[in-house]
Structures are given as C-alpha cells and as structure tokens.
Design a protein around this ligand. Structure first.
Ligand SMILES: [Zn+2]
Ligand SMILES: [Zn+2]
Length: 333
C-alpha cells in the first residue's frame, strides 16, 4: 500500500510503499477513501505527542472494511466505517471495567497501529463506527475527531433550555460546534476575530456573530454573556480573557490544546459559581448523534479537498492558518 509516512519530525511526509497490513484478532483492515486533517496532526508532526517514528498520521479516517480479523463479529466486509481516536481500552482497569474504555490510560489509538494517510489502515473493531447511508466519506471523515470532540463538549457543557451557548474559535472544530449546538436547538453565538467569516458563520446558523478583538470576554459580556462557552481556540491568553463572558453558573468547556500556561482569576470562578470543564471525545453516543445529524443534513462540515499526494501541501496550509475550516485528503477509490 502507498502511505504518507512521517519519518522525521518537522519534515515532509515521505510517500512509501509499505506491506499491506493484516488484521490481528479483533482488528479490521479498512480501504481508506478520505481522511481529515486535524490540528492535532500538527502537534504529532512537530513531535509533541510522543509518536514513535516512522508513523503514518491521520485520525479522521473514513473508508470500507476489506478484511476482518478473527473474532470480529459485529462488522462485515464492505461496511462503510470511520475510526475514532481511542479505539480499544485494556479491558481490565477500573476505567474500562466501569464502562469507559475511551478513557483507559492504556487505550490503543492510531499511534499504536497506524493512521489513515494511507491506502489501507488497521483498526480495532471496537474503534469503528458505521457511517450512515447518504453521508459521503469526505463529509464523514471530519466527524471522527472534530465532530465527535465538540459534540462531547456540547453534552459536557450541558446547555439547558433557554440558555445561551457561545462558540469561541471558529475553525475545523468550532464551525462544527456551532452547527451541532444549533441542531440540538440552543441559541448560539459565534465569537470570532475574523470579520470576513461573518457571512459564513451566519450561514452555519449562528444567531449572532460577535467580532471580538483579542478580548472575547469583553465582547461576550457586552452582548449579555453566555451560559456555556465551547472553546476550541489554542490561545491560552484568549481562553483566560473569554472567562469574563460567562454568566453566573456558566460552564467554560475547553477543547483546545493551549499554547501556554492558563492563568485564570479564581475569583471569576468563585463569585457566580462558574466552572472550567475540559472535554475530549467522550461518550460513544456523542459520535452517533453527530453522524446522525450530519446524515440528516443538519450539520455540514465545510471541507477543502486535496488528493493524498498533496498531503504535505495541505499540512503546510493548515500550519499557515490558510485552511478555513477542514482539509480532507481524498484517497483514490
Ligand atoms: Zn483530531
Ligand atoms: Zn483499561
């Protein structure tokens, strides 16, 4: 199989022909049709995730199962599937035994068995989810990290009827958070520093677009504040400033990897019972809900398509901040 391989951190991925993978018991082989490119791929590319080289990146896979390993009972050859980050827990620790294998400290991910920037990908069957009929591989791919992550964030932020959600950081994750929040019927503000995105954000369903300079908190406060802030920005400074935009009882849900230490005035949390929550891919039902809403046309990932052969160019554009929402690599059928 052809694959884009990271052989040296911070260097272009090499296109190599690797042996076709064979599934171990419990695993499947997927012919990849599309793979999304996530901000976390940049962290891996720079060596910040501790990946062991050489490695194939790509953790937003979408494709068709071509081979089943022994003991795989609930998937079939030909199934259209995607794979999420933590595919399988150890099965034996307290976290796994209590039913949350995705949070197992020893969970297996693409970092253990290889990612999606290749013709074929190995995955644990327990890490695969069916792609609903009518949802293309290209549109499904970004939902397996970006969509899943922000739907969990929305559920963990737990907006009540009549509450107001603000989405901070309107890129690959944020534009999905905005649409998901609207799709479940919550008043939703978009908070962005990029004025040129306003028409698109209104098109995604934003009730209001707040143009915030480097102080999202002040802009939000002036607009009446938010009960839940879904934060996908990586700027620690922006996160700290945005807290001031939380109403009393508000929940700040952080889903971005901050670019530095986070300094928050504890008094903002204390007076008014505000909370800081962290969230990543959580309940499996969050992914199912995301896929179902996308199949119903209520959430539409905004994607830029690149052939797999242009993976390096797509990564450079993402690094330069030129990818507006989500880059998806297309693999030949
Ligand atoms: Zn990701
Ligand atoms: Zn475990």
């Amino acid at each position: 199989m052809r694959a884009a391989v990271l052989t040296e951190f911070n260097h272009d991925w090499q296109f190599q022909t690797l042996p076709d993978p064979r599934p171990a018991p419990g695993q499947v082989v997927i012919r990849i049709r599309a793979s999304g490119m996530c901000g976390t791929d940049l962290h891996a590319h720079h060596g910040h995730l501790g990946a062991r080289l050489p490695i194939v990146l790509g953790h937003e896979p979408a494709g068709e199962i071509v081979e089943l390993g022994a003991g795989v009972l609930d998937l079939e050859v030909g199934d259209r599937v995607g794979v999420f980050w933590n595919q399988k827990g150890c099965g034996r620790c307290a976290t796994c035994q209590s039913g949350r294998p995705g949070h197992c400290p020893a969970a297996q991910s693409w970092m253990n068995i290889g990612g999606a920037n290749s013709e074929l990908m190995l995955a644990w069957a327990s890490g695969c989810a069916l792609i609903p009929d009518g949802l293309s591989f290209e549109a499904a791919a970004p939902l397996f990290c970006g969509g899943y992550t922000v739907m969990s964030g929305l559920r963990n932020g737990d907006p009540k009827p009549g509450e107001r959600v603000a989405v901070l950081g309107l890129g690959g994750l944020g534009h999905l958070a905005l649409q998901l929040s609207k799709a479940v019927g919550v008043e939703t503000f978009a908070v962005t520093g990029q004025a040129d995105k306003k028409p698109e954000l209104l098109g995604f369903g934003a009730d209001e677009v707040l143009l915030a300079g480097d102080n999202a908190g002040a802009a939000l406060k002036a607009a009446g504040g938010a009960d839940v802030i879904l934060s996908t920005t990586n700027s620690a400074k922006q996160i700290a400033a945005a807290f001031a935009g939380l109403r009393p009882g508000g929940r700040y849900v952080n889903m971005g990897v901050p670019d530095g230490p986070l300094v928050i005035d504890p008094q903002i949390l204390m007076w008014g019972q505000r909370q800081l929550r962290g969230s990543s891919q959580d309940e499996r039902s969050d992914l199912y809900e995301t896929l179902t809403l996308a199949a119903a046309g209520k959430v539409k990932p905004k994607i830029e398509l690149y052939p797999l052969a242009k993976a390096n160019e797509a990564r450079e554009r993402l690094l330069a901040g030129k990818v507006r929402y989500r880059a998806v690599l297309q693999h030949q059928a």
